[in-house]
Design a binder for this molecule. Structure first.
Ligand code: ASP
Length: 441
């Protein structure tokens, strides 16, 4: 979520004026240190948790408050923003490419999680003050049937994520067609509605920015409580999940992206040299949107993609193509399942694949969007994030390390967009071959 530019002068300017990421890191580290200290004095730990728990619970409630409106408005805006006229051959090829690559990403994420079992043995549920609640997942056939809501308003009020996503997508696509129709009496109000939904989505992201101002305190409390109850044994699993995530990102770059380039007769090494500036920008800014101008430039100048293709593929990619986020969502939901002693069943993992791919589509290309989508993926498999539960504690741990995760996943997201632009241009026979000739590099 965008770090809000808050006025430096005025109320608590020392707090609001300082770097949010730095504050979150301080909150996380201070929470871990104090928590570990408290773990050795159990009587103190008990009263510390009892007195501070409220401040952590508030943070979780604030995040839960925005999940449904964020998904709803950002997906409507995303779907309605695609010009139906442009969904021609180039559009179909691009979307097909995104779809295949996200399937590869999801498979890598789930395979790695099943193989390494991150969080296994952490047993947060057995030790936490309150047990995490999990609901049994319905069988696979009903999962697909239930995606179509019989009453979208009921789905919205109950917070049923998959039906909400489905409804928002079809609503957005219909809105996009209406906006484009020749009858002004329809296109005008449709356009106004689109802008209203876009404004609502922006408002929600503004609100997320506001809530994140409280994140350092919320995370301090949640992390200190986890460490006070669990002791230092949680450090290892956090480093472990980070390692698995970066290994998965690397595998996807080599197998997914490298494979797509080689199959299209292009050199992987030359691609990396040409795209590296955008990859580094994505890593540092943690935002696909912010990296877009750089991605456009390197695609055209270094990799020979014509503007007619890059101007379509890259902006759409920055919004809907997020392989890094998809891998992250798989890994973290599996981590939370293992860490709370309720590993995800096969049916739940299929559901994670569906919601993670849609979550990756729905996540805005801004820092920290993925961790909000994680809430949605968890809810969809029946993992309830109730205040004071082990699940909430595990989720707080994911927020604590989110900046490091976000760097890697954004880099992957942006790289995937550029690979798509290059491959589609190559298949359309519009790629400037001179940029790929031996003499160029
Ligand atoms: N920061 C990511 C991006 O901009 C989205 C995410 O948080 O997963 O691509």
């Amino acid at each position: 979520m965008a770090e809000q530019s808050v006025e430096k002068k005025g109320f608590m300017s020392w707090y609001f004026g300082s770097n949010l990421l730095l504050r979150i890191s301080i909150g996380m580290i201070a929470g871990a240190v104090i928590g570990i200290f408290l773990a050795y004095t159990p009587s103190l730990a008990g009263s510390f948790v009892a007195y501070t728990k409220f401040f952590g619970d508030i943070f979780i409630r604030l995040l839960k408050m925005i999940v449904v409106p964020v998904i709803f408005f950002s997906l409507i805006t995303g779907a309605a923003g695609v010009d139906p006229a442009r969904l021609g051959r180039v559009g179909l090829k691009t979307l097909l490419f995104y779809f295949i690559l996200v399937l590869v990403a999801l498979s890598i994420g789930l395979t790695m999680a099943n193989f390494f079992k991150p969080g296994d043995g952490l047993n947060l549920a057995a030790n936490a003050a309150v047990q995490g609640k999990t609901a049994a997942a319905p069988p696979l056939s009903t999962i697909f049937l239930n995606i179509v809501p019989t009453n979208p308003f009921e789905a919205l009020t109950k917070g049923d994520v998959l039906p909400i996503i489905f409804f928002a997508l079809v609503f957005g696509i219909s809105l996009s067609i209406l906006r484009d129709c020749s009858e002004e009496r329809l296109s005008k109000p449709a356009d106004a509605l689109y802008h209203m939904c876009a404004a609502c989505a922006e408002t929600m992201y503004m609100l997320v920015g506001g809530i994140m101002q409280y994140a350092p305190i919320g995370i301090f409390v949640l992390v200190s409580n986890v460490f006070a109850i669990q002791g230092p044994k949680v450090v290892g699993p956090l480093i472990f999940i980070l390692g698995i995530a970066y290994l998965s990102f690397a595998i996807h770059i080599i197998v997914g992206f490298g494979g797509a380039l080689v199959l299209s007769g292009l050199s992987f090494g030359k691609f990396l040299r040409g795209a590296q500036e955008a990859m580094i920008t994505a890593f540092v800014t943690r935002s696909s949107n912010a990296t877009l101008p750089v991605s456009m430039r390197v695609s055209e100048e270094n990799l020979g993609v014509p503007r007619s293709i890059s101007s379509f593929t890259l902006p759409i990619g920055a919004t809907i193509n997020m392989d890094g986020t998809a891998i992250y969502l798989c890994l973290c939901s599996m981590f939370i399942g293992f860490a709370t002693g309720a590993p995800l069943t096969f049916d739940q993992q299929v559901k994670v694949m569906i919601t993670a791919s849609l979550g990756a589509v729905g996540a805005a290309g801004v820092p920290g969007a993925g961790v909000i989508m994680l809430l949605m993926v968890l809810e969809s498999v029946g993992i309830k994030i109730e205040t004071g539960t082990a699940v909430a504690a595990a989720y707080a741990m994911m927020i604590g390390i989110d900046a490091i995760m976000d760097m890697g996943r954004t880099c992957l997201n942006v790289t995937g967009d550029i690979v798509a632009a290059v491959v589609v241009a190559k298949h359309e026979k519009e790629l400037d071959a001179s940029k790929w000739s031996a003499a160029e590099n």
